[in-house]
Design a protein around this ligand. Structure first.
Ligand code: COA
Length: 322
């Protein structure tokens, strides 16, 4: 069996920044409330006309440059997103076209905020079987496009962005273990009621925007992020002390802190970009990974645990040596 290793990372954030002071002018809230309850101080918002594929392309080009490979070296593109440019074709095929690396499989994965972790797991399996040698794995969302800017319970949390990694075949890990899960019974805690098959027409007001039961999501997120970390570590005869870095889905500062506390992991060993990114959905984990690689916190040989959690609910964990 082959292993897969991360050869390079990249990310991209749109230029426009929306601060909590800006939000104070839009909804009934205060900057203090938002920081205290979420940890988010600002988030990036895609410009009008700037799409998920645009963000993906920037992140992908940076990951390719970091890995020192050409687009034509890529055999597979797997892209996690909930906010594709079109109903079809997929963002992945359009990204392939932008990069000019034709012929290999390219597809999107829809697992909401767990999209990148799902995509990474899938690409890892393609490499393990020998089906491909090199994959581009992307998490990208323009999530603010499905946000109701009148809903103060959701609009404070989310931002836009993209992150990418180049994953390549290697003789040793790389990715040590990877586990995914889902439980569809939680659909209505975090969802967009409108859709292609159920109809885009507004059956009720704001059906095309994210609806969330925040405090209930919070509880399941913390429990799940703790459990999946413990499960994957135990299965590989490791403990939290063996981890150099935990990179959880950047949902909310309080979710991150509660997860670290329950795991007994010092917060200094958790990558936290919530303050400046907000929750960027599928982009959040690869964005945080790339930030910590580029600022030198994450070094080659470090043991990392990546964790996703999102609508569905979906979840996943990837344990790897960077
Ligand atoms: N500003 C001021 N007050 C607000 C507010 C805002 N932006 N948003 C909600 N409130 C109010 C509510 O209306 C409520 O008022 P009430 O008691 O008069 O009814 C009060 O604050 C408490 O609301 P609640 O929803 O219980 O707050 P909370 O402490 O749970 O915080 C979230 C709300 C959304 C910040 C929090 O639940 C959360 O972060 N949940 C997880 C969401 C998440 O991460 N989702 C993505 C997972 S992938």
């Amino acid at each position: 069996m082959n292993y897969a290793r991360i050869a390079g990372t990249g990310s991209y954030l749109p230029e426009k920044v929306l601060t909590n002071a800006d939000l104070e002018k839009m909804i009934d809230t205060t900057a203090e409330w938002v920081v205290e309850r979420t940890g988010v101080e600002e988030r990036h918002i895609a410009a009008p006309g700037e799409t998920t594929c645009d963000l993906s392309e920037q992140a992908a080009r940076r990951a390719l440059a970091a890995a020192g490979v050409e687009p034509t070296d890529i055999d597979l593109i797997v892209l996690g997103t909930t906010t594709p440019d079109h109903v079809f074709p997929s963002v992945a095929t359009q990204l392939q076209h932008r990069l000019g690396c034709y012929g290999g499989p390219a597809f999107d994965v829809q697992a909401v905020c767990t999209g990148f972790v799902y995509a990474l797991d899938i690409a890892n399996r393609f490499i393990q079987t020998g089906a491909v040698r090199r994959a581009l794995v992307v998490g990208a969302d323009t999530f603010t496009r499905i946000i109701n800017w009148q809903d103060r319970g959701t609009c404070i949390l989310f931002g836009d962005g993209a992150g990418a990694v180049v994953l390549e075949a290697a003789s040793e890990p790389g990715i040590i273990d990877s586990r995914l899960g889902a439980d569809g019974r939680y659909k209505e805690l975090l969802w967009v009621p409108a859709g292609v098959s159920s109809g885009y027409e507004q059956t009720r007001e704001n059906a095309a925007f994210v609806e969330m039961r925040g405090s209930e999501v919070f509880k399941v997120a913390v429990t799940t992020l703790k459990e999946i970390a413990e499960q994957i570590l135990a299965a590989n005869h490791l403990t939290v002390t063996d981890l150099n870095w935990l990179i959880p889905h950047q949902a909310n500062r309080r979710i991150l802190s509660a997860t670290a506390k329950r795991l007994g992991l010092p917060e200094e060993r958790m990558v936290d970009c919530v303050r400046t990114h907000g929750n960027t959905s599928a982009a959040s984990v690869p964005l945080a990974l790339d930030v910590a690689v580029r600022d030198g916190r994450i070094q080659r040989g470090d043991t990392l645990l990546l964790e996703g959690f999102g609508g569905g609910f979906t979840w996943g964990a990837v344990l790897l040596k960077y």
